[in-house]
Design a protein around this ligand. Structure first.
Ligand code: FE
Length: 254
């Protein structure tokens, strides 16, 4: 299994604080059945800078340490960029790092809203050959309130990644249910861990896929897992026609 989103690099953001925490995360990842993990440190999120070259250097060091520890996990370089109006310029200045230098870039919104310029920015990124992957849309309040905002972005070519722990209910029942709605409406294309540590923000990939399998069957599990592989290969991913999420209304009829 491949994990496209993690904070496993030591001392670069709010993920692993040091090498020993990275090693513990790596062991946990392997227990989950993960053989390849993309290290995606925060970029331009509050206090974290993490430009491209720093991440590439740190990933090399971590892979070396994992070989020494005999842990069978391959770490690939990536980045989780907080959405900003200068992303295209950032890419041109070689500060943005797509997943393992493919065309796929992880893009994070704040937890409250989706900037008005998003559609235009995504269009500009796509004309540069990049494909944005929106991380954890299920945790964004504006998207929860108005799922059509996400629908429109997906319709125009953006991809999305739901976090495994969200599917498991770790962020509450509302976010769990909304994650399932996104899956059912073909509004998400990947499940990844966004693991930060081995305690309160751990992997939960196996648990999430167990839920997906029980609810929707094996085909969807394979689709998500294969999509992660296709990203690493730099190939096109599988996309089903996205649907609009209808707001659920509950009527009590007596
Ligand atoms: Fe993250």
């Amino acid at each position: 299994m491949i994990d496209l989103h993690s904070h496993i690099l030591p001392g670069v953001d709010d993920g692993a604080r040091n090498l020993s925490e990275s090693i513990n995360m790596a062991k946990r990842a392997v227990e989950q059945g993960i053989h390849t993990i993309v290290a995606t440190p925060h970029h331009l999120n509050n206090r974290y800078e993490n430009p491209k070259q720093t991440i590439i250097d740190r990933v090399k060091e971590l892979n070396k340490a994992l070989v020494e520890e005999k842990i069978d996990l391959n770490v690939l370089p990536g980045q989780e960029t907080r959405i900003n109006g200068e992303m295209v310029q950032g890419y041109e200045k070689d500060e943005i790092l797509p997943i393992d230098n493919t065309q796929y870039v992880l893009v994070e919104f704040s937890s409250s809203h989706v900037p008005r310029y998003t559609e235009k920015l995504f269009y500009d990124l796509q004309t540069k050959g990049l494909i944005p992957i929106i991380v954890h849309p299920e945790r964004n309040q504006e998207i929860i309130d108005r799922p059509d905002v996400l629908y429109k972005l997906v319709e125009k070519g953006a991809l999305t990644q739901v976090t495994a722990a969200s599917v498991c209910g770790d962020f509450g029942k509302k976010i769990k249910n909304f994650s399932l709605q996104l899956i059912e409406a073909n509004l998400t294309h990947f499940i990844a861990s966004d693991a930060h540590n081995t305690s309160n923000r751990t992997f939960k990939m196996r648990e999430a896929f167990d839920i997906v399998q029980a609810k929707y069957g094996n085909d969807l599990v394979y689709l998500f897992q294969e999509n992660a592989e296709l990203v690493i290969e730099g190939s096109h991913v599988y996309k089903e026609e996205p649907e609009r999420i209808k707001k659920k209304r509950f009527f009590n009829i007596f």
